[in-house]
Ligand binder design. Sequence first.
Ligand SMILES: O=P(O)(O)OP(=O)(O)OP(=O)(O)OC[C@H]1O[C@@H](n2cnc3c(O)ncnc32)[C@H](O)[C@@H]1O
Length: 175
Amino acid sequence: MRILIGTNNRAKTKAVITISTMYYPNAEFENKDVPSLVSNQPMSDEETRKGAINRAKHLMLENVDADFGVGLEGGVKEIDGTMYVCNWGALVTKEGKVFSATGAGVPLPYEIADQLKAGAELGPVMDVYTNKNDIRHSEGAIGIFTNGLVSRSAMFEHIMLLLIGQYELSKKLLD
Ligand SMILES: O=P(O)(O)OP(=O)(O)OP(=O)(O)OC[C@H]1O[C@@H](n2cnc3c(O)ncnc32)[C@H](O)[C@@H]1O
């Protein structure tokens, strides 16, 4: 099993490897920096989902050797005046089948939401807010606002389960 990962982000990579090796112990992985073709800070479920799918599709355009490619994308969305982090994943198979899944979201404080509405990106804003570096590679905003209970990689691990579950079901249905 050969799996391509459409990012160099450490939290996303950890999630892909952790869940994939549970199901495919001999899996080989390769990270590739692929374009999401959406804005640096996606501002809706639609845009964030599209970013994940674009990343996964791009991986499989370039490399037909792999069994599947995974794209993971983080963004935000606003509901009734509250901004939430939102997260999407996509798995594209070598046959070109596309599976998608969404993950957990938590509300962001208004002071952070206001900065994003003014054009800032969540990653750097979270680093200033927490006085830490590269939060997006570790616990992420979701880790900070759940008091460490759900890290960014744990959240993406759940998305990976949803993706691999759909992929395995589709293979079973073909048998
Ligand atoms: O290298 P890539 O794969 O692009 O990973 P990223 O974390 O930089 O980028 P995303 O496209 O997933 O997310 C868009 C922006 O939102 C930020 N972001 C999203 N979810 C986050 C989280 O949980 N914590 C901190 N920043 C987050 C992220 O750092 C980007 O600035």
